[in-house]
Design a protein around this ligand. Structure first.
Ligand SMILES: [Ca+2]
Ligand SMILES: [Ca+2]
Ligand SMILES: [Ca+2]
Length: 276
């Protein structure tokens, strides 16, 4: 009896294990199915909305935009970009000096009034940029590479506000970071790094994770974002070889999320508060 009981028990146990295993398999399969269904969004979160961009056959995948999005929660906007390759994986070759120094940047041009980032009203196209340029440091208040020197971080990806305008001297249809004419004192952000261009080094830290980059930016007047639109751009920039105006041209547009810089993205408003 004991053996029979034991066998029965074992059989029951085996059956239970079989059911359990089948259940586990079912749960696992369901989870995989759900994960696969969510994959395109999860791979380039935060998910819904934003501008979707086609993967291009040629060009550097590290600058091939797949998705760009700007959303807002309270007074913080999250700037997100996903690429086909790896964000930050391709670095410029140093020029060895400021003249002709190259930069690469992941850029979100916006329709936000430049005033909201500390510049004059309507000074040009206000754009957030995550950039690197190994030949010079323009973040005098920050030590992005963590070596206790605030003057040597140009080669570490960091964040700027830039104000852009078309300037034919940079090339046909090309943009430049707007120059500050000599003997003028326009309104500037308090973290302006001292270069004679409409550039800010606000210290918002880019979070780079494989194929995505995100920057969280706090605003004084976040409601100004809710009527704003945006685009996503990857680009090479170059300091003027004679270090004269235009000082910092957008020399090489690598990809534009919308394809035509029409700023079709609308900044996602905050999620509704849950009612108590
Ligand atoms: Ca693309
Ligand atoms: Ca620095
Ligand atoms: Ca440093």
């Amino acid at each position: 009896m004991a053996i029979q009981h034991s066998n029965t028990s074992q059989t029951r146990s085996s059956t239970a294990r079989g059911r359990s295993a089948r259940h586990s398999n079912y749960v696992l399969a369901s989870a995989i199915t759900m994960a696969l269904a969510a994959l395109p969004a999860a791979a380039h979160g935060p998910n819904a909305g934003g501008i979707q961009s086609a993967k291009t056959a040629d060009g550097n995948p590290d600058f091939d935009i797949i998705h760009a999005k700007v959303s807002r929660q309270d007074n913080v906007a999250t700037f997100h970009m996903g690429v086909a390759g790896d964000v930050g994986n391709t670095l410029p070759t140093p020029a060895g000096e400021l003249a002709g120094a190259p930069a690469y940047a992941y850029v979100w041009p916006t329709s936000i009034d430049s005033y909201e980032a500390g510049f004059e009203h309507d000074a040009g196209i206000l754009a957030l940029a995550v950039a690197t340029h190994p030949d010079f440091d323009d973040t005098p208040l920050f030590d992005e590479n963590g070596d206790k020197d605030t003057g040597n971080d140009g080669g570490t990806w960091h964040t700027h506000w830039v104000v852009l305008k078309p300037d034919e001297r940079c090339g046909e249809g090309a943009l430049t970071v707007v120059d500050i004419p000599k003997d003028t004192t326009p309104r500037l952000p308090k973290t302006w790094p001292g270069l004679p261009i409409l550039l800010d080094s606000p210290g918002w830290e880019p979070v780079i994770a494989g194929d995505t980059v995100e920057v969280k930016v706090a605003f004084d007047n976040a409601t100004a974002l809710d009527t704003a639109s945006y685009d996503g751009v990857t680009a090479g920039l170059m300091v003027n070889k004679n270090i004269h105006a235009p000082l910092f041209c957008v020399s090489n547009v690598l990809d534009v999320a919308s394809g035509d810089l029409s700023l079709p993205g609308k900044i996602t408003p905050p999620k509704a508060m849950k009612s108590q």
